[in-house]
Design a protein around this ligand. Structure first.
Ligand code: ZN
Length: 187
């Protein structure tokens, strides 16, 4: 059982990058991820290191609510970043039915409200072009919108808003983004 994925180091909680490449793909790269227990259907406390480059390594997390083991698994066939799964096996026909129940996709751009639909709304309000080739840290992206709307980055709250049904607790920097989205009436 590996529990070293719990991350009390706040510096790394902010390592979130928005990437839009010339072919039109929007991805959000996150050094850490929130985690979800597929057994007791609740968010596991804390955040966990997620490194997409080590795809051959399956990470395990013990749920602090029910004690069961959850796996972080990559699926090379899928554009989705990673899954929270009750099994470390991604293939196997006999698992097909139960996998549908016990596998939750972790798509950071959706969980963090940084997907295409949301950025189109922010773009309408600010005239900032999010859909040109760029790679920008989330903190700088927030500051860019703050500068455009005369909102203070420092004054933005880091408190959870509980907007995502599966992940009510998000990294503090993401919460700043959500509070900003509220202020400019995008959520
Ligand atoms: Zn659980």
């Amino acid at each position: 059982m590996e529990m070293h994925y719990v991350l009390p180091d706040h510096e790394n909680l902010d390592k979130i990058t928005y990437i839009y490449n010339p072919s039109g793909d929007l991805t959000v790269s996150s050094f850490i991820t929130p985690a979800y227990c597929t057994f007791c259907k609740s968010q596991i406390d804390g955040f966990f290191i997620y490194n997409s480059s080590s795809s051959d390594e399956v990470s395990t997390i013990e749920c602090n609510h029910c004690g069961k083991t959850i796996y972080l698994v990559d699926d090379e066939q899928s554009p989705v970043d990673v899954y929270m799964s009750s099994s470390d096996q991604m293939d196997g026909v006999e698992m097909e039915k139960s996998r549908k129940f016990n596998k939750v996709p972790i798509i950071h751009k959706d969980i963090y409200f940084l997907n295409e639909a949301m950025l189109e709304r922010v773009q309408e309000r600010t005239n900032i072009n999010f859909f040109e080739a760029q790679e920008i840290e989330l903190s700088n992206l927030i500051k860019r919108v703050c500068g455009n709307t005369k909102i203070s980055f420092e004054d933005l709250s880091e408190k959870d808003l509980g907007l995502h049904p599966l992940f009510p607790n998000l990294p503090p920097l993401v919460n700043k983004w959500l509070h900003l989205l509220k202020k400019i009436e995008c959520i």
